[in-house]
Design a protein around this ligand. Structure first.
Ligand code: DLZ
Ligand code: SF4
Length: 510
């Protein structure tokens, strides 16, 4: 019996479970729809990436002999959502007698899909997404009897399971599981940078660029500057370029930041991986091989593999385990609205300006920009988690809720009742000064805590600890910070509090 096989915009993998299961008379449905393109105000490069990659993928499927029904954006007036697209496909193909898809990546859409069976009165089969090493069920089993979820223990199991960077005795390569401490060097400003590969847009991408420019005029970014990979072949090329040219340095400098160097040694391949253009096992094997060939040091290979089979799988597991309640958490009762400069980069704070400008230009900023600059600022100023998480979901090309929400709500905002992080990643200007050269190019004085021209991160940091002392004062990992705060004379504490309040009441002016 022929089936309708629905493939979503982040499922562009030839080895997708539903494609592996496909039969010759099945019909594949892919659709560019308003509901998916507007549930958050996606960056224009994210829209171009997804639509163009979808069109390229559909072409490949057709060349392989599959029957593909592809609905282009705005060409089907009755089709505004994935549900409408399925309805349209079933009218066109009344012979189809069931619906097949690989489980989707967001709770929101999963709820919509769950209604299809009743709505269309057809059986609906959803396959586990085996592009992840750990299935939702396996993660739930791992989590079942644990009081606390810590990435490190999960990661060790994933290393044993995948056998990546393990020796013959099933012990971690080099004797240690984690070389995180060797991933935190500041970067010398004169170190040669090799940027990620860019790709000239082809005719398909140019069409999509025009479409996005025309229909999404208010969204962040300039669609005409789009230069990302849009096929699996290009994405693999981009990744191999990273392994050959950047990975060796990535290990040391993955937490570093430099003026006007938005990429440093980062691969930016998360945006390709998260829509299915790259395969996680293939990427990890390439990295492991580079280490075995003596081309990259262990801290680089392990650091990269940890992000992929550790952190990435861990946050996905937690997302599915804890949704939908997870999204409503707000541990520190943060309520302040997001300042306008998150959309414009118009702020004098150099670190924020750099992180946001790279977001505007590339729908990308690296993890330390996200965690320790924009995320840290949002944490210290108690910005509303709904607004902050929606911003991250919108502006980053790699952002889908399964990965974005835990990283923002849990890791950056410490709003998830300490499920993901055991302490808030709060930091003063000192951290940013240590990890970057931004402070030398900033009108604020990083050495000043309060008074005219003081770096806002400083008073905000102490103000954050002071304001939340009831909730955070007992946290073992913050004892040193609280001791430092309590050692300050009462008068200085008062001046810091006042300065922090002044900043909090005039965020738009920073
Ligand atoms: C993100 C996105 C966008 C912008 N547009 C589409 C689309 O038009 N059609 C589609 O099938 N998927 C799109 N996506 C990806 C989906 O939103 C994604 O599959 C879900 O959020 C689940 O991860
Ligand atoms: Fe950022 Fe403060 Fe440094 Fe300016 S001085 S770049 S605001 S940390």
């Amino acid at each position: 019996m022929p089936r309708l096989v629905v493939i979503l915009g982040d499922q562009l993998s030839p080895a997708l479970a539903s494609l592996e299961a496909i039969a010759t008379d099945d019909v594949i449905l892919m659709a560019e729809v308003m509901a998916e393109a507007s549930y958050t105000k996606h960056h224009s490069h994210k829209l171009v990436l997804i639509f163009s990659a979808m069109r390229h993928f559909a072409d490949t499927l057709q060349q392989l002999g599959h029957q593909v029904l592809y609905l282009k954006f705005a060409e089907y007036p009755s089709v505004l959502s994935m549900t409408d697209a399925v309805a349209y496909a079933l009218t066109k193909h009344p012979e189809l007698s069931s619906i097949l898809l690989t489980e989707c990546g967001e709770y929101r859409l999963e709820q919509e899909i769950a209604r299809w069976q009743e709505q269309f009165n057809l059986p609906l089969e959803q396959l586990s997404d085996d592009r992840f090493l750990c299935s939702r069920q396996q993660f739930a089993n791992w989590a079942k009897d644990r009081q606390q979820f810590r990435m490190e223990y999960f990661y060790r199991e994933m290393r044993r399971y995948s056998r990546l960077l393990m020796n013959d005795k099933n012990q971690p390569e080099g004797g240690k599981w984690n070389y995180d401490k060797a991933n935190r060097k500041a970067c010398p400003p004169d170190l040669a940078q090799i940027p990620p590969l860019q790709f000239e847009p082809d005719a398909i991408t140019r069409d999509v660029m025009m479409l996005v420019e025309q229909h999404f005029t208010d969204n962040m970014g300039d669609a005409t500057t789009f230069r990302l990979a849009v096929t699996g072949k290009q994405a693999r090329q981009a990744f191999l370029h990273f392994v050959e040219q950047q990975l060796a340095q990535f290990g040391d400098y993955q937490d570093a930041m430099l003026l006007d160097q938005p990429f440093l040694f980062h691969s930016i391949c998360s945006m390709y991986l998260n829509i299915g253009l790259l395969d996680v096992r293939w990427m990890c094997l390439k990295v492991e091989q580079a280490y075995k060939d003596g081309k990259v040091p262990l801290n680089a290979a392990e650091g990269f593999i940890r992000q992929l089979i550790g952190w990435r799988e861990f946050v996905r597991g937690l997302y599915w385990l804890l949704m939908p309640e997870y999204k409503t958490r707000n541990t520190l009762a943060a309520q302040r609205p997001l300042p306008a400069f998150y959309w414009t980069a118009k702020t004098q704070m150099r670190c924020m300006q750099q992180a946001i400008q790279s977001t505007i230009d590339y729908a990308y900023s690296h993890h330390i920009h996200r965690l320790m600059v924009t995320g840290n600022f949002a944490l210290l100023t108690a910005l509303n988690p709904d607004e902050v998480t929606d911003w991250y979901l919108a502006v980053y090309a790699d952002a889908f809720e399964w990965v974005e929400l835990p990283n923002t709500l849990g890791m950056a905002l410490f709003a998830d009742d300490a499920v993901l992080a055991s302490k808030p990643y709060a930091a003063s200007g000192k951290y940013i000064q240590r990890m970057s050269n931004y402070c030398q190019h900033c009108p604020y004085d990083v050495k000043k805590i309060y008074g005219e021209g003081a770096c806002p991160f400083n008073a905000l940091y102490w103000g954050f600890l002071d304001r939340n002392s009831e909730q955070l004062g007992g946290n073992a990992r913050l004892q040193l910070a609280y001791q430092q705060w309590h050692k300050k004379p009462e008068q200085e504490q008062q001046a810091i509090r006042q300065h922090a309040d002044l900043i909090l009441n005039s965020l738009e002016k920073l």
